[in-house]
Ligand binder design. Structure first.
Ligand code: UT7
Length: 323
């Protein structure tokens, strides 16, 4: 059985750091409120010349280097983003060109904060279906460009960045002892559309629009949806919370992360947290956290790693993989 195994990982962050203290001079907020309610201490904000594609390209190059690969070794690029450089062509095609890659194929997936989980699930399906051998899976965002910087209920929460992994098809035994993606569980429910959305678009207003969120409503659903889909991942593999070496959650809010881990019975020492440093970088948050924990040696070969996310749509999902 073919398994999709992580071969490399990499990240890219904008140069500029925006601290909570700086936000205090922009909107009616405080470092204390932001830290208490979200766990966020700072976020990175894209400057001139930094875009979703440029950050995605840098993360992709780092992931290729880490895997000892070049663009010639890749046959598919999937970019998870809700903040593309252009409405079209896809940011994935833009990055393909930036990498000097003129073979294979590339496309974007749009599932907001669940985008990276959706992209990994998609890459895994292409690999196991024999349609691709090595896939660059990138989560890249510049949410700073769709924020309403006068709305304190949203502008303090998000940041920019990119993370990437290379998934490679490798022969496995078909058991859960294999390295690679062991299960991917995806869900969506469009009934929740108006709780987290962008109030513009090419086919409605003809503008880009701004992010709008009923934070409390999103919060109310988050822990239940996350734990539900993780239980499905456990049911599909026979694993339980005790078997997990690392939980790498979407980084929206430390309270949601802690609440989900507690409900599942996963000790907080096994949870990778970067929301304090990056804020919520939507589709980039999981690969940024994953790479941080892999780079500093916390995640080791053979570890059972659980990824989860929930976001606009609503969309939600989980991936269980062996590193
Ligand atoms: O990526 C996936 C999607 N996003 C999320 O997962 C986000 C989910 N939601 C959340 O993380 C939380 O709901 C927030 C962090 C957005 C808000 O935390 P909360 O504990 O739900 O606060 P709240 O919305 O109930 O607001 C509490 C108070 C309000 O004042 P009143 O009505 O009690 O007087 C807000 O106006 O805090 C006020 N407030 C602020 N105060 C200082 C809202 N934003 C701010 C702010 N600074 N930035």
């Amino acid at each position: 059985m073919i398994r999709s195994v992580v071969r490399g990982f990499g990240t890219a962050l904008p140069k500029r750091v925006l601290t909570n203290a700086e936000l205090e001079s922009m909107v009616d907020t405080s470092d204390e409120w932001i830290v208490q309610r979200t766990g966020i201490r700072q976020r990175y904000i894209a400057g001139e010349g930094e875009t979703t594609a440029s950050l995605g390209e840098a993360a992709a190059r780092a992931a290729l280097d880490k895997g000892g690969l070049t663009p010639a070794d890749i046959d598919l690029i999937i970019v998870a983003t809700s903040t593309p450089d252009n409405t079209f062509p896809a940011t994935a095609v833009n990055i393909q060109n930036r990498l000097g890659m003129h073979h294979g194929f590339a496309f974007d997936v749009q599932a907001v904060c669940s985008g990276f989980v959706y992209a990994v699930a998609t890459a895994d399906a292409y690999i196991r279906g024999g349609l691709a051998k090595r896939v660059l899976v990138i989560g890249a965002e510049t949410f700073s460009r769709i924020l309403d910087w006068t709305d304190r209920t949203t502008c303090v929460l998000f940041g920019d960045g990119a993370g990437a992994i290379v998934l490679e098809g490798q022969e496995g035994s078909g058991t859960t002892a294999d390295r690679g993606v062991l299960t991917a569980q995806l869900r969506s429910d469009g009934a929740h559309r108006e709780k987290l959305y962008v109030d513009g678009g090419p086919s409605t207003t003809g503008t880009v629009g701004h992010l709008r969120m009923e934070g409390r409503e999103v919060f109310k659903h988050a822990v239940g949806m996350i734990t539900d889909v993780i239980v499905s991942a456990f049911d599909a593999t026979g694993f339980s919370a005790d078997d997990i070496d690392w939980l790498v959650p979407h980084q929206a809010n430390k309270r949601i992360i802690d609440g989900s881990a507690r409900k599942l019975g996963i000790p907080l020492e096994k949870v990778v947290v970067t929301v304090d440093q990056h804020g919520n970088t939507s589709a980039a948050s999981i690969p940024l956290a994953l790479a941080a924990a892999a780079a500093d040696g916390r995640i080791k070969e053979g570890d059972l790693v659980l990824l989860e996310a929930m976001g606009g749509g609503f969309t939600w999902g989980a991936v269980l993989l062996r590193w």
